[in-house]
Design a binder for this molecule. Structure first.
Ligand SMILES: [Zn+2]
Length: 428
């Protein structure tokens, strides 16, 4: 594929403008539409000579990358490596407070997404790449530093471009008592947003050990092999950029609970921006969707009231502020953007099912889904579990798996076969 490696001149200009604005006290992420518009307008009217330094930076970067071996994408910015030593992949989002340099942090995440996409060798492989999308609802976020996020609900969907939503994991979480001084805020937020009761909510689980281990098990599949080190990366989950802090906070809260079981436990997970993912995927197949367009799509309300999208509780309330619903709606939007480019015809797992289509056959399936207990890794509609199998040829995955404490615990065995056991392969 004749893809150019390294970033183009405009990208370097974008970083330059980002830094300029930072000096004016405006902290924009590289995906921020406002920043991109400002930089885009300036760039359009810029004389050649002024563009030259950025062209040079780009050329330099590109030649640097091209002159080295085939795949040598170092996803780790220097400053980050120094901070983290060998463990560069560890929970950057959670350690973000330690990384002073905003730019290298952004660069780290952007490169991580880029190498994730580039680790797939072809368009076909990319279509089968499992993309894990996470969503959360919280009771409150404390004013302390760093903020604590008390979780009430979590949803994770596993999506591939070819198959759509494969599975969705969903739980309500018992966050305990509302911290002193936050009662008003917590009530208010519940009333105006997710409506999840703050106490005595029956479906909420307080078995944090199981929660953490289940989530770990599911996300294990999201690692890929870093071409530089040859080692598996952290687990990768995607969400919208504006949800990264909250999702990372929820994971941090769960980790703290889990530390009473496994002292010193830390997640090995990164929270990554879906916009960057869309840009990298579409760039990979040489039909790029720009970041502002992707951002617009991913924040649109197109699927807010889609059927069979929210969890039961939120479905009954007709309330789309559902963690599960969010991950599914983001999946539908990915379908809208990516399936046409990959020439894939969306199925009922790609988009919200239309109730009026083949009602009989369809209702049967919905009933099946409803009989699955709420506290489980639910299968998507019409998923045939026989199609799952652990990937036996991936030694690293298996090796890592065997290091996990309690990997044969009963909670694991109750799970439907094949789920979360190393990199699953979709057999045709
Ligand atoms: Zn919900």
């Amino acid at each position: 594929m004749g893809k150019s490696k390294g970033r183009n001149a405009f990208f370097h200009f974008l970083i330059h403008i980002q830094n300029q604005m930072k000096k004016e006290g405006k902290n924009f992420g590289l995906n921020n539409p406002e920043l991109q518009t400002i930089a885009g307008d300036l760039w359009k009217d810029m004389p050649k000579e002024e563009r030259q330094p950025f062209e040079l930076m780009s050329q330099k970067e590109k030649s640097g990358v091209n002159s080295s071996a085939k795949v040598t994408i170092d996803i780790t910015p220097k400053s980050y490596k120094e901070q983290k030593g060998e463990n560069f992949g560890r929970s950057a989002a959670m350690c973000s407070a330690n990384i002073d340099d905003e730019q290298s942090r952004e660069e780290f995440f952007a490169k991580l997404v880029e190498s994730f996409v580039k680790s797939f060798k072809s368009k076909t492989e990319l279509m089968d790449a499992p993309i894990f999308i996470v969503g959360t609802n919280i009771m409150i976020r404390t004013e302390s530093y760093p903020s604590e996020y008390y979780p009430l609900e979590i949803g994770i969907s596993r999506y591939t471009i070819r198959e759509g939503i494969h599975c969705t994991y969903h739980e309500f979480i018992d966050a305990g008592k509302v911290p002193i001084g936050y009662m008003h805020m917590a009530n208010d937020w519940s009333k105006t947003s997710h409506k999840i009761p703050l106490d005595n909510f029956d479906p909420a689980v307080s078995d944090y050990k199981k929660l953490v281990e289940d989530i770990e098990q599911i996300l294990e599949e999201s690692r890929f092999t870093n071409p530089v080190t040859g080692k598996p990366t952290s687990m990768l989950v995607f969400c919208r950029e504006d949800a990264v802090e909250q999702n990372a906070g929820v994971f941090r809260w769960l980790a703290q609970k889990y530390q009473s079981v496994v002292p010193g436990f830390e997640w090995d997970v990164e929270f990554l921006d879906l916009v960057t993912l869309v840009w990298n995927i579409t760039n990979f197949i040489e039909r790029p969707i720009s970041q502002p367009i992707a951002e617009n799509k991913l924040t649109s309300s197109t699927y807010d009231y889609s059927p069979n999208t929210n969890c039961e509780f939120h479905d009954e309330q007709d309330n789309y502020n559902c963690a599960q619903g969010l991950t599914r709606r983001l999946s539908y939007i990915l379908t809208d953007m990516l399936c046409p480019l990959f020439e894939i015809r969306p199925t009922e797992r790609h988009l919200p099912p239309k109730i009026n289509v083949v009602v009989d056959a369809y209702m049967g399936r919905i009933n099946d889904v409803n009989t699955i207990p709420i506290r489980r890794f639910n299968q998507a509609l019409s998923l045939n579990d026989n199609n799952w199998s652990p990937n036996d040829d991936n030694d690293q995955q298996r090796h890592h798996q065997s290091e996990r404490p309690d990997s044969s615990a009963s909670s694991v065995q109750r799970r439907p076969q094949g789920i979360g056991r190393g990199r699953a392969v979709w057999k045709k």
